[in-house]
Design a protein around this ligand. Structure first.
Ligand code: NAD
Length: 292
């Protein structure tokens, strides 16, 4: 089946990013969220990002022609003629299951469903549908238009053909893909990365080193585009905390236990860029002001 039209559920940070890279790659996209104002905000963010990328010559085509490919939607029935589905809604199992149960009725049976969950087992979401063999994890990294990697995660019942199609789509979006063969919490890359982020937080907690110096060190010492605290502020401290907690819950391994300082910050709503304060403080335009 030729994939022409992609349905993206969620117009937030990740859904917007996924819709953007799909439109940039030439697909027609329907981006759906719960309320028109959320979808509009998502479209506005995409336009800002596409404009910057076109100006820098990093994306071919005009802003208008890319934006025209994205159709905003609040109605789920707009998924009825989609050829592929990406889901990037809130990280709550029951909410994701409910959405997929509905989409299962609306979409053609041959359509593949892909979830961008950070840490929920793919198998548990797929089970809400009658197409577990055509259900796969596609774990994009934030910011989606910038980060090249895409983890393709096999659920227990995901077929090899589904993985193959997901890899092909990932490549068509300009991503480098890796296949995660088992549906373990945290998949592969976060399983490797979390212990280092947790250690960084513990070192800050103990007064050994500052947030800024960790980020600087990881950028210049290890060639990362962003340090772990800058990355956490962008992704959302709550998103990181929930994902670490899920990995810890599944493995019971101390190295994944979210540190106290992170727990406290999430509790008081210091969630990063989206709340104006996380590990750093930001002004209304999102400019970094200094450490929190
Ligand atoms: N933030 C990250 O860095 C990151 C990285 C990888 C994966 N993820 C995962 O991606 C998913 C989305 O994360 P996000 O950071 O974009 O969150 P977000 O809060 O920015 O966006 C989620 C959006 O989903 C919408 N939504 C809720 N229920 C919905 C429904 N039933 N139908 C359609 N839309 C609905 C919300 O209104 C919101 O706009 C989560 O599963 C998250 O764990 C996030």
């Amino acid at each position: 089946m030729e994939i022409k039209k992609i349905f993206v559920a969620g117009a937030g940070l990740m859904g917007g990013g996924i819709a953007q890279v799909c439109a940039q790659a030439g697909y027609r996209v329907v981006m759906r969220d719960l309320m028109p104002e959320i979808v509009e905000k998502g479209i506005k963010n995409i336009k800002w990002s596409v404009t910057k990328l076109v100006e820098k010559g990093k994306v071919q085509g005009s802003v208008a022609e890319i934006m025209e490919r994205i159709e905003p939607a609040t109605d789920l029935s707009s998924a009825s003629d989609a050829d592929f589905v990406f889901e990037a809604i809130v990280e709550i199992l029951e909410v994701k299951r409910e959405l997929f149960e509905e989409l299962d009725k609306i979409c053609r049976p041959d359509v593949i469903f892909a979830t961008n969950t950070s840490a929920i087992p793919i198998t548990n979401i797929a089970e809400a549908t009658r197409r577990a063999s055509r259900f796969v994890g596609t774990h994009f990294f934030s910011p989606v238009p910038m980060m090249r990697i895409l983890e393709i995660v096999k659920g227990l019942l995901t077929s090899d053909q589904t993985v193959k199609t997901a890899v092909e789509i990932g490549k068509s979006l300009g991503k480098e893909t890796i296949v995660v063969n088992r549906d373990v919490a945290g998949f592969a890359l976060n399983r490797i990365n979390f212990p280092s982020t947790i250690e960084a937080i513990k070192l800050v907690e103990a007064g050994v080193v500052s947030v800024e110096d960790v980020d600087k060190g990881m950028r210049f010492g290890f060639g990362r585009p962003m340090g772990p605290f800058e990355t956490a502020d962008l992704a959302g401290l709550d998103v990181g905390f929930n994902a670490m907690s899920a990995v810890y819950k599944e493995t019971q391994d101390e190295k994944f236990h979210p540190p106290m300082l992170l727990q406290r910050k999430v509790k008081i709503g210091h969630l990063g860029r989206k709340t104006g304060i996380g590990w750093y403080r930001y002004d209304e335009k999102g400019n970094k002001l200094g450490p929190a």
